[in-house]
Design a protein around this ligand. Structure first.
Ligand SMILES: [Zn+2]
Length: 338
């Protein structure tokens, strides 16, 4: 890997969101060399070059310089789609390909585009791995991790465009699909939308790969309080990140994880019950004193559940069944991200 790229990665590791863990993913060691992807993109898309798309090219070059990424590491393309999309493909040998939809490029001005370029390059620098499959089939753990990755990538986007104002404009335009003529960027009013969402945090949030746009703006706002984007050109980025990260985590839990948090409590209680029943079954009988213990610890409803469970089962059948339940609830808790 190129030394400069490594330097850029080390430099930005300080501002990575604390919950965005570096995963030891084996796919990172087996990255594709991208030759198929590059031929496809060169045939089907428009490559961002000085000759054909000079403004986009200049934005790309500026961001690469700000982030300290060698220019030869990155190729970028525009593809024809009204959707607002941007993607980053990490390739072997410290290379990456960026793809932007024409809908996105048309919507944003040159500075706002720099935010998106920086964001995508953030995924590259932090070696974020795309999640398997589409929305369904992903576990809550994977979805949460994906949202944490977005928080880190937005911070790199902010360095890329060098202005909180511009970053927020890019986020609001991309999420609403509206161009600047409809928008007056009163960030305070926009963030107030979150207050209305407080009471009934939506399950949709928990199934999302990205935090909602107001949450992303708020996370950037917290971040900008301790990191002046203009200072980020300095060699080291040092700021008391833990306090910022705690604030961001609290917001994410409040708005994006309240459903899984209550589900976690239910699952933990089930896990505890079935572990107890496994222990009881191993003795071969469900005595009155066992029943009192269960009722005390889990309440009368759970005791009834346990009594129903034992009905018509031999002790070994019951134990086998309880063991399976323990495994099942442990797996569910793991998938939930706990
Ligand atoms: Zn992203």
């Amino acid at each position: 890997m190129d030394n400069n790229l490594q330097y850029a990665q080390e430099r930005l590791s300080n501002i990575r969101f604390a919950l965005d863990e570096q995963l030891n993913d084996p796919t990172l060691d087996n990255l594709d060399d991208g030759s198929r992807l590059k031929s496809f993109a060169n045939l089907q898309h428009l490559k961002i070059t000085e000759g054909v798309t000079p403004k986009l090219y200049e934005s790309l070059e500026t961001v690469l310089d700000r982030l300290g990424i060698p220019h030869q590491s990155v190729e970028a393309f525009v593809f024809n789609s009204p959707e607002i999309q941007a993607e980053c493909f990490s390739l072997a040998g410290g290379q990456c390909v960026l793809r932007f939809s024409s809908g996105l490029v048309d919507l944003l001005d040159n500075d706002e585009f720099k935010f998106v370029v920086g964001h995508e390059l953030g995924h590259f620098l932090y070696s974020h791995i795309g999640l398997p499959g589409e929305g369904v089939g992903r576990t809550f753990r994977q979805l949460k991790q994906s949202r944490y990755q977005e928080v880190s990538a937005d911070r790199v986007g902010l360095i890329g465009c060098n202005s909180l104002d511009v970053a927020i404009k890019a986020l609001v335009k991309s999420s609403s699909g509206l161009n600047g003529s409809h928008l007056r960027f009163d960030v305070g009013t926009y963030l107030n939308q979150l207050k209305k969402a407080e009471e009934h945090s939506s399950i949709i949030e928990e199934y999302s790969t990205h935090p909602s746009s107001p949450l992303r703006c708020k996370a950037l706002f917290w971040f900008s309080l301790v990191n002046d984007p203009l200072q980020m050109k300095e060699e080291t980025l040092l700021a008391p990140m833990s306090e910022v990260d705690n604030r961001v985590s609290r917001d994410l839990i409040k708005y994006s994880e309240s459903y899984t948090a209550s589900l976690q409590l239910q699952l933990l209680s089930e896990l505890e019950l079935w572990s107890k029943l496994d222990e009881v079954s191993s003795k071969g009988s469900f005595t009155k004193s066992d029943q009192v213990v269960i009722a005390d610890a889990f309440g009368p409803e759970m005791l009834q559940k346990a009594l129903n469970f034992y009905e018509g089962k031999t002790a070994s059948e019951a134990q086998e069944h309880a063991k399976l339940k323990v495994i099942q609830f442990r797996q569910q808790l793991h998938d939930l991200g706990y």
